[in-house]
Write a protein that binds this ligand. Structure first.
Ligand code: BES
Ligand code: MN
Ligand code: ZN
Length: 497
């Protein structure tokens, strides 16, 4: 997708389609007013005829425009003529772009950055246009014969007056970095488990490293992990024929001595549950159990693309979890890199086993903060559904910063308690802890487990089991939480500057 900021008057901007807003009660946005004047009051006629009432998200495509270089106009309803909420604005953008899936429409200009949105500037609005439009244009084609299933828009111009040009441009660049990070994460996640193996993820990370001078990527093999004593991680991969990889992405954009932000992403490329085998229905979706890892790649790509003045480490433990004669068995006890022993009461609680050793490994970077992201518990879906990701952590300030970033990014989070009382549920009669905490509070006990390996740094955990992909007819990865994490990094970079 090709993006630009356009400052020329609308009537001098040829395109296949121009997107303009209209309000309820026959009211026009500034751009709609301008166009109305240059098109023999076309828009006014359509409105007074009642073809569009102006309700939020309603659309009408006008497909012949008299005396104009603009081939078509898409009218989009924006509700009442008053500043709208950020959420309503995003609804409007989605409605607009989703109604333009026609092969003839390749170049689009969007005037909606002029719309008043509560507490949002040109930068934010331009950023959202790029993010939402790119998201809608994403198509998974890797394993389809017909690579062009749906036609798509190729060029987007965001119209802006001269005085807003710089802000709009900054928003466009941030939006582009986030959108491309989201798209990378979605693509990796949508790939099937037989293509996107741990080795494939590692190769993709290495390729990413080749694209940016400040990003270096290295891979730990199973022998390296054994030398480090990563007994928990290695116990999971023993049931798989695909060798596990521990991927490190090292982005050095900041001062040499500034402590890094470490992002840890669960990269379970297929989770069958192991000997505690999952039921068959919907098991295909467990190819998405590497969405945390994919989001780490997407976020590091975005950070490198924006050249953020920060040091960021991405760590992705990548493995499969399959049943096999050599796989973990319920009751097995493994020794983690930290030295703590773990009774594996359920082999399907494997995410925390690969993450705990990675968290211990993160200590060597002397992190400022560590944020892990993982499709960790089905219980998170029960508690929160598919709207917010779950947030738990040992540091209030970090959690507040993540919550603030999630609001700006429209990539929501909801914090759950990580109280001491829950830790008891992980008691084991035979090891330092069990890997499951029983049927109650599954998301919290999973985080409690991780917290025992995150005692030496400020840490937050994002459970993205409900948000990283969609099920049903629109099954597919969402790229979350790349927008939230990238926004957090942008905020951190701004604070530092
Ligand atoms: N990858 C799953 C979590 C998951 C399940 C994500 C469903 C999205 C949808 C994880 O490895 C897992 O299997 N967790 C178990 C933990 C349980 C055994 C304590 C779960 O949630 O059932
Ligand atoms: Mn599992
Ligand atoms: Zn899993």
């Amino acid at each position: 997708m090709d993006y630009s900021i356009e400052t020329a008057p609308l009537e001098k901007l040829p395109c296949d389609c121009l997107i303009v807003g209209v309000y309820q009660d026959l009211q026009l946005s500034p751009s709609a007013t301008l166009l109305n004047n240059s098109t023999q009051a076309l828009i006014g006629k359509v409105l007074s005829r009642g073809d569009i009432s102006g309700k939020n998200g309603e659309t009408v495509l006008l497909n012949t425009i008299p005396d104009s270089v603009i081939e078509r106009i898409l009218l989009v309803g924006m509700g009442e003529n008053k500043p709208m909420t950020a959420k309503d604005y995003i609804k409007v953008l989605s409605a607009a772009i989703n109604s333009l899936k026609k092969p003839q429409i390749k170049s689009v200009h969007c005037t909606l950055a002029e719309i008043n949105v509560d507490a949002c500037d040109w930068q934010w609005k331009s950023q959202k246009i790029v993010e939402i439009f790119s998201d809608a244009a994403y198509q998974y084609t890797h394993t389809k014969s017909d690579k062009d299933t749906e036609s798509k828009v190729e060029k987007i111009g965001i119209t802006a007056p001269e005085h807003a040009q710089a802000q709009a441009l900054a928003g466009m660049e941030q939006g582009r970095a986030i959108a491309e990070g989201v798209s990378l994460a979605k693509w990796l996640a949508d790939l099937p488990g037989n293509i996107c193996t741990p080795a494939y993820l590692a190769a993709q990370a290495l390729e990413l490293g080749g694209k940016f001078a400040k990003l270096s990527v290295s891979i730990l093999e199973e022998a390296d992990m054994a030398a480090l004593g990563m007994g928990a991680l290695l116990s999971v991969t023993r049931g798989s024929r695909q060798p596990a990889k521990l991927i490190t992405l090292d982005y050095q954009g900041g001062e040499k001595n500034s402590k890094p932000i470490v992002l840890v992403g669960k990269g379970l490329t297929f989770d069958a549950g192991g000997i505690s085998l999952k039921p068959g229905l919907g098991m295909d979706e467990m190819k998405y159990d590497m969405c945390g890892g994919a989001a780490v790649l997407g976020t590091l790509q975005a950070a490198a693309q924006m050249n953020l003045p920060l040091n960021i480490i991405g760590l992705v433990p990548a493995s499969e979890n399959l049943p096999d004669g050599d796989a973990n068995k319920p009751g097995d006890i493994v020794t983690s890199m930290s030295g703590k022993t773990i009774e594996v009461l359920n082999t399907d609680a494997e995410g925390r086993l690969i993450l705990c050793d990675t968290l211990t490994y993160a200590e060597r970077y002397h992190p400022d903060v560590v944020i892990d992201l993982a499709t960790l518990t089905g219980a998170c879906l029960v508690a929160l559904g598919r709207i917010p990701s779950g947030l738990l952590g040992n540091d209030d300030e970090l959690c507040e910063e993540l919550l603030a970033a999630s609001e700006t990014a429209n990539d929501s989070l909801w914090r759950l308690p990580l109280w001491e009382e829950y830790q008891e549920l992980l008691k084991s009669n035979f090891a330092d802890m069990a890997n499951i905490g029983g049927k109650d509070a599954g998301t919290i006990t999973a985080a409690c487990f991780l917290s025992r390996f995150a005692e030496s740094f400020r840490w937050a955990h994002l459970d993205i089991a409900g948000t990283a992909w969609r099920s049903g007819p629109t099954k597919g990865a969402t790229g979350r939480p790349v927008p939230l994490l990238t926004q957090y990094l942008i905020n951190r970079a701004a604070f530092q500057a």
